[in-house]
Structures are given as C-alpha cells and as structure tokens.
Design a protein around this ligand. Structure first.
Ligand SMILES: O=Nc1c(NC[C@H](O)[C@H](O)[C@H](O)CO)[nH]c(=O)[nH]c1=O
Length: 162
C-alpha cells in the first residue's frame, strides 16, 4: 500500500471544465520535467482536458512568484496555478534564502490573485532526495510528488476556485 503522498482524494472531481496553469523553473530540468509530467498525468486522470493545461517557464525558482503573478495577469481565466521548482542545497546559504522567500511569496500570492496556488517547490538537501520525490528512483519508492500537486490543484480549484 502506498503510504507516501496525498493518496486518494476525498471525493470524485470533474476536472473537465477547469483551466489550470503550470509555471515551472528550468533549473534541475530532468527532475522538473518528471514532476510536470506527473502533475499533468494525474490532472488528466481527473478529467482535465490537455488543451486546458497552460504551461509556462521561468529561469529558476526565485522567479516563480513574479512569474506566477504575471502568468495570472496574462491568462485571466485560470482556476488554479501550480508553480513547480526544484531547489537542491549547495555549499552556501543560497538554498535557504530562495526556499524561504519563494515559499512565503507563493503563499501570499493567493491573496493577490484570488485563486489557489499549489505549493510545487521541492526543497531538497541532496540530489537523491529530489530524484526520489520525482519518482525517478528506479526500483525504490517511486512516488512522484507532481501527481499530488495535480490532484491538489483539481480539488482546490473545484472547491475553492474563483
Ligand atoms: O541555486 N540553485 C537553484 C536556483 N537558483 C537560481 C535562482 O532561482 C534564480 O533563478 C537566480 O538566482 C536568478 O534570479 N534555482 C532553482 O530553481 N533551483 C536551484 O537549486
């Protein structure tokens, strides 16, 4: 039995009328791409149409809050936004400053744009942690957190969307 992640949702959702924005950083791209794929796969399994999933990118995680704000300004009819980034701790404090500032900004962004913002930022101490959370650790846990973010997006947009 899968013990990690969000698991089954609390009810059945019809995602067919939802318009969902994914904005992702391009740092650690192999991991990012797996997370984005997982989110899209789970959202489509909940009825979201592929043509209603808009994908945009920014250079790095630090650009996610502003990029998400402008993304919402550009696509006024989004029901929810999933910013996705992968931060991996290096030998400096860069990781801590980006992780905290970006997290706080994404949380506050919901009040500004008045639609749910799903927290799709992986803040990992090692590359192995990031690989595992993108479901890329062959033969091990293989739990892709992107799938949880896709499910959370459908639930939040359905229950608490604009
Ligand atoms: O440094 N590590 C990372 C990183 N740095 C770049 C930063 O987000 C930003 O793009 C630049 O500072 C320019 O503003 N961005 C990530 O998404 N993951 C990392 O692991």
């Amino acid at each position: 039995m899968a013990v990690k992640g969000l698991g089954q949702l609390d009810q059945t959702y019809d995602g067919s009328k939802l318009k969902i924005g994914i904005i992702h950083a391009r740092w650690n791209r192999v991991i990012i791409d797996a997370l984005v794929k997982g989110a899209i796969k789970r959202m489509m399994s909940l009825g979201v149409r592929e043509e209603n999933i808009i994908v945009e990118t920014v250079p790095g995680s630090f650009e996610l809050p502003w990029g998400s704000k402008r993304f919402h300004d550009k696509y006024q009819d989004l029901d929810v936004i999933i910013p996705i980034g992968v931060l991996i701790k290096g030998s400096t404090m860069h990781f801590e400053y980006i992780s905290d500032s970006t997290t706080q900004a994404l949380m506050k962004l919901q009040e500004t744009i008045q639609i749910p913002v799903v927290f799709g930022l992986l803040t990992c101490l090692t590359e192995e942690q990031a690989i595992a959370r993108a479901g890329l650790d062959e033969g091990k846990a293989m739990h892709n957190h992107g799938e949880d973010w896709g499910a959370a997006a459908v639930e939040m947009a359905s229950k608490f969307g604009p």
